[in-house]
Design a protein around this ligand. Structure first.
Ligand SMILES: [Zn+2]
Length: 265
């Protein structure tokens, strides 16, 4: 019997050191470099083969493990260098607007909260527990900037934490696969049919410019999908990924949220 639950790991950032005060470690969206190396050593020791997400369409190989990185963070450059050095691979899901503008509302707010002690502690708590994040993820960058100004009197943007397009091209040509993860990174379930199609047309055209190989997969921003989203996205992409929650559709793959603490896959 072949397993219907392939080992697909969900990662975001890989930062030099573990820091319990860092927003990304608190949200579980960063692991330390040490933890990353522990994972790669484990993969080698177990005899697993890292495969790109497109390989999910082939007949399943029991030794497969799939590493996925969401959002396109700049620290992934050293990650890919290390993977390629070990003849390993991964699939990257960059959000188009984050890469092209070097800006994301949630990452901007996280940076301001980490550097500015003047911001209220409740704001930090609500970003970490997801309440503020839920609000921010639906905002356009311009709406966010205007609210940031009126709420906190902050005018400057955080420095970019994202890879550039030329870095994406560099890694794609060396064997890192790209998949679709939205243009604005807003949940597709918050958009209407026309807006979902617009994200797909725009985002897919962008990915095709960057990648010589076809784009096969979508990783839903924030893991969010519903019947309408599935129906539309199926016309564009045949492999569908969500976060670590159980899937409500047999054609959507759930991922293992790989964090600093916890067992190895
Ligand atoms: Zn994302």
């Amino acid at each position: 019997m072949t397993s219907r639950t392939p080992k697909i790991l969900m990662l975001h950032r890989v930062l030099p050191h573990y820091d319990p005060d860092n927003y990304y470690f608190q949200r579980g969206t960063a692991i330390s470099w040490q933890r990353f190396i522990q994972l790669l050593d484990h993969i080698e020791k177990q005899g697993f083969q890292t495969r790109p997400i497109s390989a999910l369409s082939d007949s399943p190989q029991p030794d497969s493990i799939y590493l996925t990185f969401d959002d396109g963070y700049a620290d992934n450059a050293s990650v890919f260098d290390e993977l390629l050095r070990r003849n390993m691979t991964a699939t990257l899901y960059p959000a188009m607007d984050f890469v092209r503008t070097g800006f994301s509302p949630i990452d901007d707010m996280a940076w301001h909260l980490m550097v500015a002690s003047s911001l209220p502690d409740e704001i930090k708590q609500s970003l970490i527990n997801g309440r503020l994040k839920k609000l921010l993820r639906k905002l356009s960058a311009s709406r966010y900037r205007s609210l940031r100004q009126s709420w906190f009197h902050i005018e400057t943007d955080a420095p970019s934490v994202f890879l550039t397009e030329s870095q994406l091209v560099h890694y794609v040509h060396r064997g890192i696969e790209l998949g679709f993860h939205g243009v604005s990174h807003r949940p597709l379930t918050a958009l209407n049919e026309k807006e979902i199609k617009h994200e797909l047309e725009l985002g897919m055209a962008w990915l095709r410019q960057l990648s010589p190989s076809p784009i096969h997969s979508i990783c839903y921003p924030h893991g969010k999908y519903n019947a309408l989203v599935l129906c539309i996205t199926r016309c564009y992409l045949h492999i569908h990924l969500t976060v670590d929650t159980p899937t409500t559709d047999s054609q959507v793959y759930s991922r293992i949220f790989f964090q600093e603490m916890g067992s190895l896959p």
